[in-house]
Ligand binder design. Structure first.
Ligand code: APR
Length: 238
């Protein structure tokens, strides 16, 4: 495991086929709280209880209050220098895939193009009645929001215990298996199947570069472990 930014920068410069895996940490410097660094609670409730079909069924209004609070916070946030550095990297690489666990849409707002959203989008709503999926950025005054059909709308995100969007993990796995470099930014690497992309890259012989102020369980296995914030380190890698 190497920690020098110069060696990492050289490896990034040479890389033609790049895959990136991001988590909540890449949006931290946009002012969006991560899940686990503040202990993973919201109003004394673990988000594992909130972000589940059972949690939603138990108290849809409470869960929607959490999601709408996050939607308002994200609507006020701007992409940061880390998001923008990934856009620049996409322009430079011959093949580039950005795989994100985030639902905030900041990568797309920054200009990233080839994005695989493993956990859906906080801007999409899905009807439990007619299954319709709609995109809604405006403030939701009525919680839980209702569909035109009268059915209850849920956040269009992947909750614990739910399957990922069809094909998302397959596309992510093929991008990682073809990449010569996987850059892992701002994830505690505790949630699967997303975290499984890291050992997959290592097993395929790719160089793995981790950007995180804290250690993760893969920090000792990666090729480069860069300790620091994404908004500072990612631009320094270009
Ligand atoms: N730059 C880079 N990384 C950062 C920064 C920063 N400025 N600030 C914090 N981090 C790191 C933390 O050290 C932590 O390792 O970001 C990581 C955030 O981890 P989590 O809060 O667990 O978020 P994430 O890994 O994205 O969670 C994965 O879990 O709750 C579910 O579905 C949800 O997609 C989410 C998944």
């Amino acid at each position: 495991m190497r920690t020098s930014i110069e060696a990492a920068r050289e490896r990034v410069r040479r890389a033609k086929r790049v895959a990136v895996l991001t988590g909540a940490g890449v949006s931290a410097e946009s002012g969006i709280p991560t899940f686990r660094s503040n202990g993973g609670y919201w109003r004394q409730r673990r988000f594992e209880d909130l972000a589940t079909p059972q949690g939603f069924a138990r108290d849809p209004k409470f869960v929607w209050t959490w999601y709408e609070e996050r939607r308002r916070g994200i609507a006020r946030a701007e992409p940061n220098a880390g998001h923008r550095a990934l856009v620049e990297l996409e322009a430079r690489a011959e093949r580039f895939t950005l795989i994100t666990q985030n639902v905030d849409g900041l990568h797309e707002r920054a200009g990233s193009r080839n994005v695989i959203r493993l956990h859906g989008s906080i801007w999409s709503l899905r009807c439990l009645g007619c299954r319709r999926e709609i995109e809604e950025h405006a403030e939701l005054n009525e919680l839980p929001p209702l569909c035109e059909c009268g059915g209850m709308l849920r956040p269009g995100v992947v909750w614990f215990g739910e399957s990922l969007p069809a094909g998302a993990m397959e596309r992510a796995a093929s991008a990682v298996s073809e990449a010569e470099l996987l850059i892992v930014v701002g994830t505690s690497a505790q949630v699967y199947p997303a975290a499984g992309l890291i050992p997959m890259a290592l097993g395929a012989g790719a160089a793995v570069l981790e950007v995180n102020p804290a250690e993760t369980e893969f920090s000792d296995d990666v090729t480069f472990a860069l300790r620091g914030g994404a908004a500072e380190i990612l631009p320094a890698l270009l």
